[in-house]
Design a protein around this ligand. Structure first.
Ligand code: ZN
Length: 362
């Protein structure tokens, strides 16, 4: 079985924290031992090429993630990697885009996935019947923009699309000039509505993760293209604006959307706080969040994984059974233990996201 992960901040971590994801997570951990800033900001590394390969994580939605300075200034961290103007956001997102392109250029293990043809080429490398199949496997990277301020004007969507951007989340926590975010409530702005119209011209996927409740419901009401929440859990399980309310989930499901569940303890258990015990949460909590969406949808076709691993948290903040991304198969075991049929487990771990890509890629 192949696994698709709908959210990993790969480029941001390479640029801001100097990570080299061609190394194993274990090697990165050894390099970062004693690096208090990195450990405080991103935690113990969970990602690396050997782990993606071992875990059969063949398709990843890799983010172009930029952080507004007004948010960052309230915490610790490197001010040079934040933006104050759309131009700066654009430059930072382009730097991340170039990084993915270079990774795919220089390392045959990585490939950009911009078209259905490129998707199929990567999937073909995971067929196990070839004699030297293991040496040929590739990680396919689908470009996802998290926070749309780097799109300087809505009409620039066309140029981003030509570069290969396929998924856009209009806002991050702090909100953008397009929409309110989880930590900055507000509507979809006029500019945001123009952004959605421009996205629809190219059948881009709308990612509602991090949109404020109001902006999320407005966007789902207006957008006729494919929709997802790349990394969001149900609010019924853990209260708080970062999670999806039942109304937001229902609106997403009504649009045949897909939710990526995040295996982060504080988004799985309301009483878990950063610094809490890793083993206080088990991988069954991930299955429970998946099951919640399945029960609401009435099927197993609208949920998957969007792990966000290394996205501001590390191995100490994920369920006991998950040490690195190579352990994601244990989510499949937890679903089977709950009685999920093999076909449904495969839908959740890969096929639902693949169906979305086939529907949206040119
Ligand atoms: Zn995020």
């Amino acid at each position: 079985m192949l696994i698709v992960d709908a959210h990993e901040d790969i480029a941001y971590n390479v640029i801001v924290h100097g990570r080299d994801y061609t190394l194993s997570a274990q090697e990165t951990r050894a390099r970062e031992a004693g690096d208090a800033r990195t450990l405080a900001e991103t935690g113990t590394c969970m990602l690396g090429l050997p782990e993606w390969l071992a875990g059969r994580v063949g398709i990843i939605f890799g983010t172009l993630f930029t952080m507004p300075a007004h948010y960052k200034s309230s915490g610790e961290g490197a001010q040079e990697f934040t933006y104050t103007t759309p131009r700066e956001a654009y430059a930072q997102a382009m730097q991340q885009f170039d990084l993915y392109a270079r990774l795919a250029d220089e390392n045959p293990r990585f490939a950009l996935v911009r078209t259905e043809r490129e998707l199929n080429a990567v999937l073909a490398t995971w067929k196990d019947d070839a004699p030297d199949a293991e040496r040929k496997r590739q990680i396919g990277l689908v470009m996802l923009m998290e926070g749309a301020d780097p799109i300087v004007k809505p009409r620039d969507v066309e140029r981003w699309y030509e570069r290969g951007l396929r998924i856009v989340g209009p806002a991050w926590l702090a909100g953008t000039r397009y929409a309110g975010g989880n930590a900055a409530p507000g509507p979809l702005t006029d500019e945001g509505m123009r952004l959605l119209r421009a996205m629809l011209d190219f059948n881009l996927v709308l990612d509602v993760s991090h949109l404020s409740d109001q902006a999320c419901l407005q966007a789902l009401d207006r957008y006729d293209g494919p929709v997802i929440a790349s990394h969001s859990n149900p609010r019924s399980l853990v209260p708080g604006p970062r999670q999806l309310s039942n109304d937001m989930l229902k609106a997403l499901l009504a649009h045949d959307g897909i939710v990526g569940i995040v295996p982060m303890n504080s988004m799985l258990r309301s009483d878990w706080r950063r610094g809490g015990r890793k083993d206080a949460v088990g991988v069954d909590a991930v299955a429970a969040a998946i099951d919640f969406v399945c029960q609401m949808a009435g099927d197993a076709r609208h949920v998957g994984l969007g792990t966000d691993m290394d996205g501001g948290f590390g191995a100490e903040s994920t369920p006991a059974e998950l040490d690195t991304v190579a352990d994601l198969g244990k989510v499949a075991d937890a679903l089977k233990a709950r009685g999920y049929a093999r076909v449904d487990v495969e839908a959740i771990l890969s096929d639902n996201w693949l169906r979305l890509l086939r529907r949206s890629l040119p």
